[in-house]
Design a protein around this ligand. Structure first.
Ligand code: NAP
Ligand code: 3JN
Length: 338
């Protein structure tokens, strides 16, 4: 089997470290791996398959000789550096929003639109974490009954805001448990412990946030259907890991809860957890560190005679929402022989 020269840009970050773990545990065929970050990380080593590997400084020339690079160092770095990697013949799988809506860049979730990948499109965008788990669940339902409209509310964990988000939540709970004054919020707009914050990212002109508009625009692009209407409300919740979503869909054709369960239970990457009598439904605590997207609470909307269903989707935001999807894109490139 052919082996590949791989680089991780932003290897020391919350997403980068999960990329390393995913490459290891999925036994990605690697000839050589390079870990790249800023000068802050020079002198650090990261472990890969029981070997210590020194972190190197990212430069515009770091892509030379690399076959596949996984980027998670933010959109500014991606905009500046990814074109140099691509010009050197390397596939770039980018986790930021830098290229997602560029019409020449495929935005890919392998269970949904693997055929958007091609040999000559060297930069590939990984969607936003909340969009990924949503479209994995929607795809089989859309293929069967054509989705017209989606209303989704997210419950996003603090790890979506990186290590700083995790630390801020931890420090607040620690202070509370010692009966001390809670530290002032910094990463989040308000105290996140014992609270919910209905703002992720900044507001746009239409009063939706950027995170909400990412869900609208990216869903249409991945599903290759601009006619689907999407309205999202994104909420930060005091949970460490895994994002949850309450989803409502209206379909053109009749889609019974039974049929939806049948379709979802046959879908790669999804586990149906839907047995209300036995209290079986997805929860973020149990999705942590899992490579699966969980769907449950499927029911008909009793408030309308239109074809409408509502359900609950949970997945690990750092895995399927980021690192795992990126590695699956790389695996798909190899499978397709591009
Ligand atoms: P993080 O924990 O803050 O890590 C940032 C990484 O970027 C670190 O490895 C950092 O290296 C590196 N970096 C920063 N500036 C750099 C520079 N000038 N040159 C080279 N490397 C640099 O953040 P994270 O949570 O892992 O998120 C990273 C990015 O992934 C985000 O900005 C976002 O674009 C993307 N992301 C995507 C999703 C998604 O939904 N798909 C979810 C979360 C994040 P040092 O350690 O050396 O500073
Ligand atoms: O806040 C979350 O739960 C998800 C955050 C995603 C994120 C954070 C910083 C920058 C993104 C993203 O993937 O949309 C970005 C980015 O767009 O680069």
């Amino acid at each position: 089997m052919k082996k590949y020269k791989v680089a991780i840009v932003g290897a020391t970050g919350a997403v980068g470290l999960e990329m390393i773990r995913m490459l290891e545990c999925r036994k990605f065929p690697i000839e050589n791996i390079k870990f790249l970050a800023s000068e802050r990380s020079i002198g650090k080593n990261l472990r890969f398959n029981n070997k210590e590997i020194a972190v190197e400084l990212l430069t515009k020339n770091s892509g030379k000789g690399i076959d596949i690079a996984l980027f998670s160092a933010g959109s500014e770095i991606s905009k500046e550096v990814a074109p140099f990697f691509a010009a050197d013949g390397c596939f770039v799988i980018d986790n930021s929003n830098a290229w997602r809506m560029d019409k020449n860049v495929p935005l890919v979730v392998p269970e949904v639109n693997p055929n958007d990948l091609s040999k000559n499109k060297k930069i590939i965008a990984n969607p936003n974490c909340s969009t990924i788990q949503l479209v994995v669940a929607l795809k089989p339902l859309h293929d069967f009954a054509k989705i017209k409209r989606i209303i989704v509310s997210t419950y996003q964990s603090v790890s979506g805001a990186g290590q700083k988000g995790i630390n801020e939540f931890t420090d607040q709970i620690k202070a509370w448990s010692k009966d001390e004054t809670l530290p002032q919020p910094n990463k989040f707009q308000y105290q996140i412990a014992f609270n919910l914050i209905p703002q992720i990212d900044t507001f746009t002109e239409n009063d939706y946030t950027k995170e909400e508009m990412k869900m609208t625009n990216e869903t249409k692009k991945i599903m290759n259907d601009n006619s689907i209407e999407v309205s999202a409300t994104c909420v930060r919740v005091p949970v460490f890991r895994s994002h949850s979503e309450s989803v409502w869909i209206e379909t053109e054709e009749l889609l019974s809860p039974q049929k939806a369960k049948e379709l979802l239970s046959q879908t790669e990457g999804i586990q149906l957890l839907d047995d209300p009598e036995r209290k079986k439904y997805p929860m973020p605590l149990f999705a942590e560190n899992m490579q699966t997207t969980y769907v449950g609470r499927i029911r008909s909307d009793i408030s309308t005679k239109n074809n409408a269903l509502t359900f609950w989707v949970v997945s690990d935001n750092l895995l399927k929402g980021a690192a795992l999807n990126a590695v699956q894109i790389a695996e798909t490139l190899i499978k397709k022989g591009v």
